[in-house]
Ligand binder design. Structure first.
Ligand SMILES: Cc1cc2nc3c(=O)[nH]c(=O)nc-3n(C[C@H](O)[C@H](O)[C@H](O)COP(=O)(O)O)c2cc1C
Length: 458
């Protein structure tokens, strides 16, 4: 089997995606406001040979009808949540190979500002940066915070397509590859013939200008996407090189993966030009009993109120206000659709009841898959899930920080490596490659010719 792509999922906050583990005596995630907390983690991931650290983000927060949800504040879930962007340079400085994928939303900052920041980070990380392009979970509160109205779901994706066009125009079109001269004797920094003003006029965004930086190692950061709605998948087919999907029932994930690959083909790209990575928790310990005890401990810190707050922030639906003995009646939302579609009943199966949805969300969070057992048992589950779904790798979420990572690196990774499911550990002084080449070793640091962004080259 090809080695799996393994990334870590983190919020800049005190919790993972299930429960409120900061209160555990051994958990250190309440230190998320200190830089040393992050540099220590990043070094550990880098030395272990993991592929990347993903820093999720949203300006939104759990609130409904103009009121904060108490459980969210009390348990530290969704509130607080820091900005990943300022963190990355510090993490790049203490790591050699680890990639960094950051979320920014296409509904918040103007595209040229976002493009410049990512280009700067592509330089500072030496090509180890990726952009998770989202139209924004918790869209209603994010819009209100920015003094805007919530834009309808599908229109947000139309805007996102245009936003990516602006970004590609700037990254790919402003500087030719050999525009930077750096001739000290002649006093020529760059060749004026090879730096171009670019122009884009789309349905939502306009730009006239340049990306004011010489070409960075990847030019365009690795393009990632994370919304599984129908319109989200279409967007992924056109733009994404990697897609983050939620876990859950293997048949549902397999259908999602097939849908993403079909969307790539519909956009004129090879089916395997997108790596699909599934969100999951791996809870392991030397013995199965100990692993299940950790799982029970995690669930004891995961309240229905906290789970309902996260669900409401994401979808706009308050599960606690609905009849627990009926399915959700609402079938669409203008906020994030993935977490509503997940519970509407599929493949001829009836839609689950609200009480079961809440319990499932409390146990699995936004990402849906939890594998528990000794390292051999978890490796079996990982392998079987890949065989059943066709995913290319995992986005691993913490229960305890750093405990989950100690278990991953010390117990699970050696077993995955033995089975060829994970790439061998990097040599201590292995030269860094770009994030794009890490995910596509057969390709180059730049967007491949099959990606529409390639045509934006000067
Ligand atoms: C593993 C994973 C990571 C995600 N990370 C983010 C994130 O950082 N920020 C965000 O706004 N949405 C994130 N999402 C997506 C939201 O859950 C939500 O689905 C999306 O923003 C709305 O798009 P949709 O309507 O196409 O589902 C993530 C989803 C998954 C499965």
């Amino acid at each position: 089997m090809t080695p799996l792509i393994l990334g870590i999922f983190q919020y800049i906050g005190p919790n993972g995606t299930v429960g409120a583990a900061w209160q555990h005596p051994e958990d250190e995630s309440a230190n998320f406001t200190t830089l040393s907390h992050w540099t220590r983690l990043a070094k550990r991931f880098d030395e272990a040979g993991l592929d990347f650290l993903f820093l999720a983000d949203s300006y939104g927060f759990p609130a409904l009808d103009g009121r904060l949800l108490d459980a969210s504040v009390r348990e530290g879930r969704g509130i607080p949540h820091g900005d990943p962007m300022p963190l990355v340079s510090a993490l790049a400085a203490v790591t050699e190979n680890l990639g960094f994928i950051l979320t920014t939303s296409t509904t918040v900052e103007p595209p040229a500002a976002n493009a410049r920041r990512f280009a700067t980070l592509d330089h500072f990380t030496e090509g180890r940066i990726g952009w998770n392009i989202v139209t924004g979970s918790s869209g209603a509160t994010a819009a209100a915070l920015m003094g805007k109205e919530l834009i309808a779901h599908d229109e947000r994706y139309d805007m996102a397509d245009d936003y990516v066009d602006v970004s590609l125009t700037l990254w790919e079109g402003s500087w030719e590859d050999d525009a930077l001269v750096l001739d000290k004797q002649a006093g020529v920094y760059a060749d004026p013939e090879k730096v171009h003003l670019v122009h884009h006029e789309g349905p939502y965004f306009r730009t006239d200008g340049i990306l004011n930086l010489p070409p960075s190692p990847q030019r365009t950061p690795l393009l990632v996407q994370a919304g599984a709605s129908g319109r989200g998948r279409e967007f992924a087919g056109r733009n994404a090189e990697a897609v983050f999907v939620g876990g859950g029932e293997p048949a549902t994930v397999a259908a999602n993966v097939a849908g993403i690959r079909a969307a790539a083909v519909a956009a004129g790209r090879p089916a395997d030009s997108i790596k699909v990575l599934v969100g999951a928790l791996f809870i392991t310990a030397p013995t199965s009993e100990e692993a299940w005890a950790k799982h029970a401990e995690m669930l004891a810190m995961s309240s229905p109120e906290g789970a309902a707050a996260i669900y409401a922030g994401n979808t706009g639906i308050d599960l606690l206000a609905l009849d627990p003995d009926r399915p959700i009646e609402q079938t669409t939302t203008e906020m994030g659709q993935s977490n509503l579609e997940r519970y509407l009943g599929k493949d001829g199966k009836p839609a689950p009841l609200v009480r079961d949805i809440l319990e499932n969300f409390r146990r699995t969070g936004i990402n849906g898959s939890v594998f528990v057992g000794d390292p051999g048992e978890v490796a079996d589950q990982i392998e079987q899930f890949v065989a059943e779904t066709g995913v290319d790798g995992y986005l691993i979420q913490p229960h305890l920080t750093p405990g989950t990572y100690d278990d991953l690196i010390e117990l699970l990774l050696p077993v995955l490596r033995e089975r060829g499911l994970a790439a061998p550990a990097p040599a201590p002084s292995a030269p860094g490659t770009t994030l794009r080449e890490k995910l596509f070793p057969e390709g180059t640091a730049h967007l491949p010719a099959t990606h529409r962004g390639h045509a934006f080259r000067a």
